[in-house]
Design a protein around this ligand. Structure first.
Ligand SMILES: [Zn+2]
Length: 444
């Protein structure tokens, strides 16, 4: 070993000696690219900038402005009548999970089927497929919140970071922390050991702290907690311990919470975002606004739920209206709570929670259906864009790097046809995707 060490030292000494001679070639400046489009929305302001030019140098944005002079030697990509935007961010994904949505009452059984029959390796490979679909749809960053076996999400993130496969930047939680049973429903004692393949059971505040430390050791960038369980919830003391431990290490906590009791517990414990909150009282929403806790409304429109349930099967008008009648109260109730949240000034971050197979749509396309629900609740295109870019980046704690089109930020840039400041549905049709300065898709 010593010999090898001294050989390496000699090589480094030689390189140091010759480096000044080769310095010109090594310090070659990174490729410059000039993106031109009829307009640009930077992710922060609510108005578009006309005749936009973005100069990209290597992986970073060098300058942004109207009619900027194009530096000599820059590669020019003219996107014509499109809108340039920051890469989209989905703060609630499940890239290692694909459930059959045609019988929503059997979701517990679906989870059991996946955990009992799909290895984590197999799920990570499914994640590789879905990650590519998501990136190509214009989503350049995701926060993946569990249901990925034991650390399968970390494996997928590593593979993407190392350039083994294409995919979005991933912030991952590893297994979600939960009360007894996770989200499996009632299982026999013989089947209960399977729960730990998907969730970490919390048994008091000290166990909650240990679970956070284990998650960080396993590679988690954030922590996910299922607050409302069945029959018991994660307690306030447990959740406080989780938040304190996670915040000590500068990690955010995402809380799955639905209903009066669990959303109240989540706010009292000081989590960073509340996921779903389909049912949430006014005073909890007001407290969320005061404490700057994000709402991640993982909503859908009526048609999404009906299509999901039917799968690829054709249905009669009668069957469709029956399904619509079944979902309408839930969809209207969710829309009304989002309107209340907006009224109270709660910050919204866009998270799809897409984990079901949607007929005729890939995972990226299915994830972007969320924006239809946000628009149906009255969010303006500018509000939806901010929820999916700057707000989302701030929630993830990476607002200094992504989420806006500004000099010095990472070059995660998409283009959509037409004027996205008029209709957020344009976001569902990205024709151009750049990730960290690398060209992922260009249809012009
Ligand atoms: Zn989820």
């Amino acid at each position: 070993m010593r010999d090898r060490h001294s050989t390496l030292c000699s090589i480094f000494a030689f390189l140091l000696a010759v480096l000044p001679l080769t310095g010109v070639a090594l310090a070659q400046s990174p490729q410059l690219t000039a993106l031109k489009a009829a307009r640009l929305i930077d992710g922060k302001s609510s108005t578009a900038l006309d005749n936009a030019v973005v100069i990209v140098e290597g992986a970073k944005i060098k300058s942004v402005g109207p009619n900027l002079a194009i530096p000599a030697g820059a590669k020019i990509i003219d996107l014509g009548d499109s809108t340039l935007l920051p890469g989209l961010i989905d703060v609630h994904t499940h890239l290692l999970d694909e459930m059959d949505g045609t019988n929503l009452t059997l979701q517990d059984i679906e989870m059991l089927r996946i955990v009992a029959t799909q290895s984590t390796a197999e799920r990570a490979l499914l994640g590789a497929k879905l990650a590519k679909e998501v990136l190509e749809s214009g989503i350049t960053t995701v926060r993946d919140l569990g249901n990925s076996g034991v650390n399968g999400d970390v494996a997928l993130r590593t593979a993407i970071d190392r350039g083994w496969l294409p995919g979005p930047r991933m912030i991952v939680s590893t297994r979600a922390l939960a009360a007894q049973g996770g989200q499996f429903g009632r299982l026999t004692p013989e089947a209960q050991p399977l729960i730990e393949q998907e969730y970490v059971t919390i048994r008091g505040p000290e166990s909650a702290r240990q679970a956070v430390r284990q998650a960080l050791y396993d590679g988690a960038n954030c922590i996910k907690v299922i607050v409302n369980g069945s029959p018991a919830d994660v307690t306030l003391d447990e959740l406080k311990a989780i938040v304190e431990e996670a915040h000590t290490y500068n990690r955010k906590v995402a809380a799955h919470a639905i209903g009066d009791r669990s959303t109240r517990t989540a706010v009292a414990a000081g989590v960073d975002s509340i996921e779903h909150a389909y049912t949430v009282p006014d005073d909890v929403l007001k407290a969320m606004a005061e404490k700057h806790i994000y709402l991640v409304p993982t909503d859908g429109i009526l048609q999404t739920y009906v299509d999901m349930t039917l799968g690829t099967r054709e249905a009669s008008t009668q069957e469709r209206s029956k399904l619509e009648a079944m979902y309408r109260p839930f969809v209207e109730h969710s829309r009304e709570r989002l309107q209340r949240a907006l009224k109270f000034g709660v910050s919204i971050a866009a998270g799809s929670d897409m984990y079901l197979s949607m007929p005729h749509l890939n995972r990226g396309q299915a994830s972007l259906l969320l924006y239809d629900a946000l628009a149906a609740a009255g969010m303006t295109p500018a509000q939806i864009i901010q929820a999916a870019t700057s707000n989302a980046a701030a929630l993830l704690g990476i607002g200094d790097r992504v989420g806006t089109l500004e000099p010095g930020k990472v070059a995660d840039i998409i283009a959509v046809p037409g004027d996205a400041s008029h209709s957020a549905s344009a976001l569902q049709h990205a024709t151009f995707v750049m990730h960290s300065g690398a060209l992922i898709k260009s249809q012009n």
